[in-house]
Ligand binder design. Structure first.
Ligand code: PMP
Length: 451
């Protein structure tokens, strides 16, 4: 069967005109055609949030098959931080694809895998001796971090937090807090997972020390340190609504873990690689995790994930105990090396800090006029607004949904998040320019004003 719906792909990357341009309604006819085929060919459980058929993307825009150019404030959920079709990434992928595409690293080794491991050992927090193993997805990295922590400690219980998101595999569904849409009907879930309260300043009003004491007391009373292999936490929660724990919370949990032979795992799948205005979000509080999981931004859009940790922990599993056919695929590693080069040498950490200023300015100014914006929070290019009913303070997921719909209908991709579905989150590519960023957030706020 031939495809008639989507025209040949245009060249993407930063050379694309950096503009919001609407030439049809969203979705336009070609996008509708693809979505109709999608409905017939792909299960409905695989949703599509923004109804467009993408043909090119780069810098801060995504171009659809009808010729519309949308401002990208989502980066494919924090993945294309260096920019979509980044020239360095594209060239590295092309070069690797004509050299060799696969050996399975556990059958025959190659340089790219080891080089990515060396880079992560160098870049992640702490100057202790480290090791890195590579995988394909964030969930797979988290699963392997848990396996390694259990093997190292000889203990089984894994402590996770309210509002956490760690993936959609069986173990990571158990680690994830939110029932709908992630878990409902998909049980039974993996055992020995225990959930304790998160620090969520907008909701609980607790200091970091108070919130940590509450969580630690619950672990000690309900799980027991003698049973606890690991504490697993996102330093800033992603899908849970960009929840930034109160200052002092993360260091207190990390210190408690250190003194109790509990592995402290930071899930930096969403927060890693310059996203929060530091190379890793743990750095904002001076926390040195025992294990860090990464994915998303690591390889400019190619599927790659990693587990990086203290050498003595990482070396606990026996030979053959961890691995997989595709983990650390050579093309994904080549892409990662190009992306990491951009993170380190193109000022992207500083760019994320500038994006924070632009977004906070726009959102806090709007908040002064509009009490439905209950909270504005986040770090770097990971900023959110939480929407509430000003009378009752109750979450307003309906308003949130209307805003992101208004946004894409007017040429801006914005995403929702949050346990209560009432958070609009901003995750622009770090390659976006200020004019487009300001225009994009302006459209989202226009959506709030008219919703
Ligand atoms: N951990 C965190 C913190 C995430 O944000 C995500 C993805 N949103 C995952 C794990 C799972 O990653 P993946 O979808 O690549 O499996």
């Amino acid at each position: 069967m031939t495809s008639t719906a989507v025209p040949a792909t245009t060249t993407g990357g930063p050379g694309l005109p950096q503009e919001r341009r609407l030439v049809t309604a969203i979705p336009g006819p070609r996008s509708q055609e693809l979505l109709a085929r999608k409905a017939a060919a792909v299960p409905s459980g695989v949703g599509v949030a923004v109804p467009v058929a993408v043909v090119a993307a780069g810098g801060g825009v995504v171009v659809d098959a009808d010729g519309n150019s949308l401002v990208d404030l989502g980066s494919g959920i924090a993945v294309t931080s260096v920019g979509n079709a980044h020239p360095g990434v594209a060239a590295a992928v092309a070069a690797q694809a004509v050299a060799f595409t696969h050996t399975c690293f556990t059958i025959a080794a190659y340089d790219g895998y080891v080089e990515v491991a060396e880079a992560l050992n160098r870049l992640t927090p702490g100057d202790h001796e480290k090791r890195t193993a590579l995988f394909n997805s964030g969930a797979e990295a988290v699963e392997n971090a848990v396996k390694i922590a259990r093997k190292h400690t000889g203990k089984q219980a894994i402590v996770v937090f309210d509002h956490a998101y760690h993936g959609r595999t069986n173990l990571t569904m158990a680690l994830t807090a939110k029932n709908q849409p992630y878990k409902s009907g998909f049980g039974p879930f993996a055992p020995e997972v225990y959930r304790v309260p998160m620090s969520y300043p907008f909701h609980d009003g607790l200091s970091g020390t108070e919130a940590a004491a509450r969580a630690i007391s619950q672990i000690e009373k309900q799980v027991g340190v003698e049973n606890t292999a690991a504490v697993l936490i996102e330093p800033i929660q992603g899908e849970g609504g960009f929840v930034v724990p109160a200052s002092g919370f993360l260091p207190a949990i990390a210190e408690w873990a250190r003194t109790n032979d509990v592995v402290f795992i930071a899930d930096e799948v969403q927060t890693g690689f310059a996203r929060t205005g530091a190379m890793f979000a743990s750095e904002h509080e001076g926390v040195v995790p025992d294990i860090v999981t990464t994915a998303k931004g690591i390889a400019g859009g190619l599927p790659l994930s990693a587990v990086t940790g203290r050498a003595e922990i990482m070396d606990s599993p026996h030979a053959g105990g961890i691995g997989g056919t595709y983990g650390g695929n050579p093309i994904a590693c080549a892409a990662a090396l190009a992306a990491i080069d951009a993170f380190e040498h193109d000022g992207l950490v500083e760019r994320a800090q500038q994006i924070e200023t632009v977004l906070f300015d726009a959102l806090r100014t709007a908040q002064e006029q509009d009490p439905r914006i209950g909270d504005v929070r986040g770090r770097g290019a990971m900023i959110a607004m939480e929407l509430v009913d000003p009378e009752t303070g109750a979450p307003d997921p309906g308003l949130t949904g209307r805003i992101v719909r208004y946004a894409y209908e007017h040429g801006v991709i914005a995403l929702t998040a949050g346990t209560y579905g009432n958070v609009v989150r901003f995750l622009p590519p770090l390659a976006i320019d200020d004019a487009l960023l300001v225009e994009g957030v302006g459209i989202v706020l226009e959506g709030l004003a008219t919703a």
